[in-house]
Design a protein around this ligand. Structure first.
Ligand code: SF4
Length: 329
């Protein structure tokens, strides 16, 4: 029996934030000086949460942060997660989203531990622009080495997530197209969402799907690739078959109707939507001694409270109760 919300959406995609610490200060995320606020749990706690959710039908577990590779023991945690496949009646895919700064040395050990895919957040292929966006002077070479190490370790197709902000990096669209073709990676452009620390978001800063397509088509024609409804990205291949891009357009083309995601924060709270104003304290249930069945019951109840959709740009929009670095992508 799949884990359904009240809109009939099956929840199959779990994202676990294993820390809200980060070694980058990206301008569209960490605009303020919040730093780490919520802390972390022992990996054994996240593992138990994942095991219960896999039992409820989750098929994808994605590790996020802050920056997940800052956690010592992340490779062992992936190995333990991969073992969940043994007792499960369905395959579980394990993926990770990272800023790539520490990936070069960890790509192969993560692959050997059972990691299936990696997504690297990268918002410019120009090193100076990269430094301006991340506010980390020496990051570009690390990230490039990390991407290549992941590709060579067989963690492909390596996906890059690029958040576009007008006035910051929309001129990187075509260079990223070239980069995707040369490096054999998939670049996904993401519309800027109001989840940053200082609430500086405005609709005018959003570079929309239509603009991205128009800009990239100036370089080469694109052909749309059919995609699963629950996939967040619209996918396109260049007309000569070399290179693929994706566009995640939550602002101009929302995809909430097929949302299959829930998130667990680094401090063990369930968030039913990126833009939720509620936290549901799963770890508190564990601390009070709840059994696995009681945890499952708690989760079913929380999923029935999942929001129908976001209200970005609408008069009744209420900012999320946490910013992106404290939720995990
Ligand atoms: S905004 Fe919320 S409901 Fe919509 S796709 Fe994202 S997580 Fe799902």
């Amino acid at each position: 029996m799949p884990l359904l919300d009240k809109f009939g959406r099956a929840i199959s995609d779990l994202r676990i934030s294993v820390t809200d610490r980060c070694n980058y200060k990206c301008v569209y995320c960490r605009t303020g000086n919040e730093g780490a606020l919520y802390g972390e749990l022992a990996f054994a706690d996240y593992l138990r949460m994942a095991r219960v959710l896999v039992g409820l039908g989750v098929t994808k577990v994605r590790l996020t942060g802050g920056e997940p590779l800052l956690r010592n023991g992340i490779v062992d945690f992936v190995r333990e997660l991969a073992k969940l496949n043994t007792n499960s009646d369905h395959a579980i895919e394990i993926a990770l989203t990272t800023n790539g700064h520490l990936l070069a040395d960890l790509a192969r050990p993560l692959k050997e531990a059972g990691l299936g895919r990696v997504t690297v957040s990268m918002d410019a292929v120009d090193p100076d622009r990269f430094a301006r966006i991340t506010r980390v002077p020496s990051g570009f070479d690390n990230v490039l080495a990390g991407i290549r190490a992941a590709r060579d370790a067989g963690l492909g197709p390596v996906k890059l997530n690029c958040v576009l902000m007008r006035g910051f990096n929309e001129d990187q669209i075509i260079p990223f197209g070239l980069f995707a073709r040369e490096e054999g990676v998939i670049v996904r452009f993401i519309e800027f969402m109001p989840l940053e620390e200082d609430r500086v978001w405005s609709r005018s800063t959003v570079v929309t799907l239509d603009e991205i397509l128009a800009r990239m088509s100036e370089y080469r024609p694109l052909v749309e690739i059919p995609h699963a409804r629950s996939e967040t990205a619209r996918r396109y291949r260049f007309d000569d078959g070399i290179g693929e891009i994706g566009i995640i357009a939550p602002v101009s083309h929302p995809f909430c109707g097929h949302c299959s995601r829930i998130r667990i924060t680094s401090d063990g709270k369930i968030r039913t939507c990126l833009f939720s104003v509620w936290d549901h304290d799963l770890h508190a249930q564990m601390r009070r001694g709840a059994s696995d069945e009681e945890l499952a019951e708690f989760i079913r109840g929380v999923v029935m409270k999942k929001e129908e959709r976001h209200h970005i740009g609408e008069p009744d929009f209420v900012p999320a109760s946490r910013t992106m670095v404290h939720i995990g992508g």
